[in-house]
Design a protein around this ligand. Sequence first.
Ligand SMILES: CC(C)(COP(=O)(O)OP(=O)(O)OC[C@H]1O[C@@H](n2cnc3c(N)ncnc32)[C@H](O)[C@@H]1OP(=O)(O)O)[C@@H](O)C(=O)NCCC(=O)NCCS
Length: 219
Amino acid sequence: MRPSLSARHNGRPERSAIMTVPNAPGCSRPGETCIRQGSGNGASGREGDDVIIRELAATESIADMTALLHAAYARLGGMGFNYTAVDQIEDVTRSRIARGRCLVAIDDGALVGTIMFHPPGRSAGCPCYERPDVATIGQFGVLPGRQGTGTGTRLLHHAEELAFASGAAELALDTSEGADHLIGWYKREGFRFVEYAQWEGKTYRSVIMSKPVRSHVGA
Ligand SMILES: CC(C)(COP(=O)(O)OP(=O)(O)OC[C@H]1O[C@@H](n2cnc3c(N)ncnc32)[C@H](O)[C@@H]1OP(=O)(O)O)[C@@H](O)C(=O)NCCC(=O)NCCS
């Protein structure tokens, strides 16, 4: 069974209750255990919030995933940051998904968010990513209408559980050095600056951020 998430993180209460649900609606495979996060007490950002976090199934629509990423990253594109997900074609989505484990947030059967988890050994291009004990995340987006309601935090925390299970010592990510709002949020989630990287084709320099891996279970 995959690890469940605790109801607290970094000393802050989560926005909603979390429990594991075998064969929950939205789970694609028989026997799969999903993370269901219902508000119950109305503490989440949206009344009736009831999101499942699980892995993308091989049969699910890459077109839908690509459309979600385009929608999520549109604001960053408008800010002049040419993140790959701003306009990537479906084949790029497919190949990026093949590099690791793709988590999705499902609400009432609909895809509302995603994050990629890459175990150690799958990322390259900067010294941090090439360390044998570093896992990474990427391709991280939530539908604009759902942003700010806790879905991204839930996806991130589930990726952190995957990092813990993979044996990684650190979980790293990259974002534009000019995306102050993202850098600030990642810092609040415990990530700290490691180094800069200049990815080919990008109009911006990236910051590599990393945090020590720990499980939220029982925290
Ligand atoms: C980054 C992203 C995945 C986070 O997902 P999310 O569901 O919005 O995240 P959460 O609701 O858990 O909120 C995360 C933090 O950002 C804030 N936030 C995110 N979107 C917000 C919005 N539209 N309005 C106000 N606050 C927002 C939240 O208040 C929260 O901060 P806090 O934990 O300090 O209170 C999502 O905003 C997104 O898709 N952004 C566009 C794509 C992107 O930036 N991807 C990452 C590239 S490195």
